[in-house]
Design a protein around this ligand. Structure first.
Ligand code: C2E
Ligand code: MG
Ligand code: MG
Length: 605
C-alpha cells in the first residue's frame, strides 16, 4: 500500500520563510509533505472571499489538466467543513462522480483531503494528497495530514495578518479607500508605466465636499463621518476598476484616472459632480452637499505625483471660487490668482478694524403701487489701494476663513441702525444678506435679537436674505428659520433658481419672499428657457402665498414682462444702482422724479 513514511518531519516557520511570498511558502509545504509521503502528490486550494469556491494555489506536481478541472470547484459545506475526507478508491466513491474519468486519465486513484478553517462557518483552504493506487491511511499518515493542515493554517493566518497590517498601513480607516501614501505610489507607478499615446493622459483630481466643515459643526462628527463614508462609496461607483480614489483626510479626496483624454477626464468629473450632489439621507437628516473638483493632467501639467497633486488642488480652489459645485482643469494663471487671494485675505483681516467697510442700499420697487417697498443692504469695501473690491470676491474668502461672522454682525448692526434714519425718509424695510456660515452660527438668532433691541427698530421691518444652498439640511435650516420668524423678521430666499432643483422643501419653510436670480432675468425676453423658469417661479410662489422679487432688472422690456406675469416686486439698475446712505437720501428727496426718469411710471399696457 502506498502510504506516508513513518518519520514525519518537523517544520517551523523560520524568519526567512516568513518573508517569502505566500505562494512559495505553500509550495514548500506541498513539497515537504510529498517528500514525506510514498509517492503522494499534494495540493492546497484556497477558499475565495465569499466562501463559495476553491482556487488551486499550490499544486506544483499535479497534472495541469487535473489542476484546471478542480480549480474553482464549489464549496459544498457538508463535504468540506468538518474533518478529513479519506477516499481510498475514487472508483467506488460517489463523491467523485463526474470527476472519475478525468482523474483516472491523469493517474489519480486515491484522494485524502482535509479542510482548514478558522471556524465551523468559514473554510480557509483544503489540503489534498493524491495517489495513483487505492490506499488507506495509517496512523502516521493521519499525523502527517494533521501537520500539513496546521502548517497551511499557520501560513494563511500569517499571510492574512500581514495583509491586514499592510492594508491598514495603506488605507484610510473610515472609508477603506487607499490613503495618501498608497495613492502617491499608484500615481508614481502609473507615471512610470505610462506610454505616450496621443490623447491618453493620466488625470489627477482633487475633490473636496463643499462646506463640509459646517455640516460637521452643525450636525456633529458622527453624521459628518457617515457623510464621508457615503460620499466615498458614491465616488467609487463613478470610477472604473483601473482608477483609484483615495481619501487624504477630512473631506478631501484624490482620484487617479488612467488613460484619459481631457474630454474623458471632464466626463468623469461631471459624473462625480452629479452623483455626489444627490441628497444624502443620514440618521433622519436629508443632507444636500456638492463637491468642487480640480484636475491636473500628466504629462502636460507636471512630471511628479507631488506636483500633479498640488496643481489639482490649485484648480480645486479655483472651482470653489467659481461658486463651488463645478470642476476646473489646472491653468498656470491660477497660481498667480492663489497668490492674490492670500494677499486679499491679509487685507481683509485688517479691514474691519480699520473701518473700511460701508453699506450701500438698492431700492426695491413694488410693481403694483410703483412705490419703493424697501432697500437691500449691500456691503462695499473701498480699499485704499485696491479700489472697490467686489463682494463676490471677498465674501467667499471671509466665509472660508470665518471672518464673515464679525463682518456679518457689523452688516446687521449697521443696516438696522441706518434703517432708523432711513425710516424718516420713508423707507420701511431693509433686506440684509447673511452668509452660509453666519446662518449656521449657533448664536445667530440671539445676535439678531440683540441688535434689533439695541437699535430699537421694529423686527417687522427687517428681511433676512438667505440662499437655497443654506437649506441643505432641511431639519436644522427650518428650525433656524422658524426661530428667526419668531423674532418677527421676514425671510427671503435669494438667488432663487441657482441652487438645488428640488423645490419640495420650499413648502417646509415659513418664508416671505423669493428673489428670482438675475441670471434668469437677463435674457428673459430672448430665452424661452429663462422665460419658463421665471414664470414658473412666479406661479409657484403665488401658490405658496410667497411674494416674488425679480433681481437685476435693467430694461423696460424685462419690467414689462415681469409686470405682465404679475411679479410682485423688482430691483435693478433700471430703477437704481445700490446707493450710499447719503445718495439714497438724495434719491428719495427727488422721488418720484428719479423713478420717472427710470420710466417706472411709463405704464404702457
Ligand atoms: P445679491 O444679494 O443677489 O445682491 C444682488 C447683486 O446684484 C448685488 O451685487 C447688486 O449690486 C447686483 N445688482 C443689482 N441690480 C443689478 C442689475 O440691474 N444688474 C446687475 N448686473 N447687477 C445688479 P453686489 O453688491 O456686488 O453683491 C454680490 C453678492 O454679494 C450679493 O448678491 C450677496 O450674495 C453678496 N453680498 C453683498 N453684500 C453682502 C453682505 O452684506 N453680506 C453677505 N453675506 N453677502 C453680501
Ligand atoms: Mg441679496
Ligand atoms: Mg441675489
Amino acid at each position: 500500500m502506498n502510504s506516508l513514511t513513518k518519520s514525519s518531519p518537523k517544520f517551523e516557520f523560520s524568519k526567512s520563510q516568513k518573508n517569502r511570498p505566500f505562494s512559495e511558502i505553500l509550495d514548500s509545504i506541498v513539497y515537504l509533505v510529498e517528500k514525506a509521503s510514498n509517492g503522494g502528490i499534494c495540493s492546497i486550494l484556497l477558499a475565495n472571499e465569499s466562501n463559495e469556491s476553491l482556487t488551486v494555489s499550490s499544486a506544483p506536481n499535479l497534472p495541469i489538466e487535473f489542476s484546471q478541472m478542480i480549480n474553482g470547484i464549489a464549496i459544498c459545506p457538508s463535504v468540506f467543513f468538518n474533518r478529513p475526507v479519506l477516499v481510498s478508491d475514487i472508483h467506488n466513491d460517489s463523491l467523485w462522480d463526474g470527476y472519475k474519468e478525468m482523474a483516472t486519465e491523469n493517474g489519480i486513484r486515491c484522494c485524502w483531503f482535509a479542510p482548514i478553517g478558522d471556524s465551523q462557518q468559514k473554510l480557509l483552504a483544503v489540503f489534498s494528497i493524491f495517489f495513483d493506487k487505492p490506499c488507506f491511511p495509517t496512523e502516521e499518515d493521519l499525523q502527517l495530514i494533521e501537520m500539513a493542515v496546521r502548517l497551511t493554517d499557520m501560513a494563511i493566518q500569517h499571510y492574512q495578518t500581514e495583509e491586514k497590517i499592510s492594508f491598514i498601513a495603506s488605507h484610510d480607516e473610515l472609508t477603506n479607500l487607499p490613503n495618501r501614501r498608497l495613492f502617491d505610489e499608484k500615481v508614481n507607478n502609473a507615471i512610470r508605466d505610462h506610454t505616450n499615446v496621443k490623447d491618453k493622459m493620466l488625470g489627477v483630481m482633487a475633490l473636496d465636499l463643499d462646506r463640509f466643515k459646517l455640516i460637521n459643526d452643525t450636525l456633529g462628527h458622527s453624521i459628518g463621518d457617515l457623510l464621508i463614508q457615503n460620499a466615498a462609496q458614491r465616488l467609487k461607483s463613478c470610477l472604473r476598476e483601473t482608477d483609484t480614489a483615495s481619501r487624504q483626510g477630512g473631506d478631501e479626496f484624490t482620484i487617479l484616472v488612467n488613460d484619459v483624454s481631457e474630454y474623458e477626464a471632464a466626463k468623469i468629473a461631471e459624473r462625480i459632480l452629479e452623483k455626489l450632489s444627490k441628497p444624502y439621507f443620514i440618521k433622519g437628516h436629508e443632507i444636500f452637499t456638492t463637491v468642487s473638483i480640480g484636475i491636473s493632467l500628466y504629462p502636460i501639467d507636471g512630471q511628479h505625483s507631488d506636483d500633479l497633486l498640488r496643481k489639482a488642488e490649485v484648480a480645486m480652489y479655483q472651482a470653489k471660487k467659481e461658486g463651488k459645485n463645478n470642476y476646473q482643469f489646472y491653468d498656470a494663471k491660477f497660481d498667480q490668482m492663489t497668490y492674490d487671494r492670500l494677499e486679499l485675505e491679509a487685507e481683509l483681516r485688517k479691514a474691519l478694524e480699520k473701518n473700511e467697510f460701508t453699506l450701500h442700499y438698492q431700492p426695491i420697487i413694488n410693481l403694483s403701487t410703483n412705490k419703493i417697498s424697501g432697500v437691500e443692504a449691500l456691503i462695499r469695501w473701498p480699499h485704499p489701494k485696491l479700489g472697490y473690491v467686489s463682494p463676490n470676491r471677498f465674501i467667499p474668502i471671509a466665509e472660508e476663513t470665518g471672518m464673515i461672522v464679525p463682518i456679518g454682525e457689523w452688516v446687521l448692526e449697521t443696516a438696522c441702525r441706518q434703517l432708523k434714519q432711513m425710516q424718516a425718509d420713508g423707507i420701511s424695510m431693509v433686506s440684509i444678506n447673511i452668509s452660509f456660515r453666519q446662518f449656521y452660527e449657533p448664536n445667530l438668532v440671539l445676535i439678531v435679537k440683540q441688535i434689533i433691541k439695541e437699535t430699537g427698530i421694529n423686527p417687522q421691518n427687517v428681511t433676512i436674505e438667505i440662499t437655497e444652498s443654506m437649506t441643505m439640511d432641511i431639519e436644522t435650516a427650518s428650525a433656524i428659520i422658524t426661530e428667526l420668524k419668531q423674532l418677527g423678521v421676514k425671510i427671503s430666499i435669494d438667488d432663487f433658481g441657482t441652487g438645488y432643483s428640488s423645490l419640495s422643501y420650499l413648502k417646509k419653510f415659513p418664508i416671505d419672499y423669493l428673489k428670482i436670480d438675475q441670471s434668469f432675468i437677463r435674457d428673459i425676453n430672448k430665452s424661452k428657457y429663462d422665460k419658463n423658469i421665471a414664470t414658473t417661479i412666479i406661479m409657484m410662489a403665488r401658490n405658496l402665498g410667497v411674494q416674488v422679487i425679480a433681481e437685476g432688472v435693467e430694461t423696460i422690456e424685462q419690467l414689462e414682462f415681469l409686470r405682465h406675469h404679475r411679479c410682485n416686486e423688482a430691483q435693478g439698475y433700471l430703477f437704481s444702482k445700490p446707493l450710499s446712505a447719503e445718495q439714497l437720501k438724495r434719491f428719495l428727496e427727488n422721488h418720484p422724479s428719479e423713478l420717472e426718469k427710470s420710466l417706472l411710471f411709463d405704464n404702457r399696457k
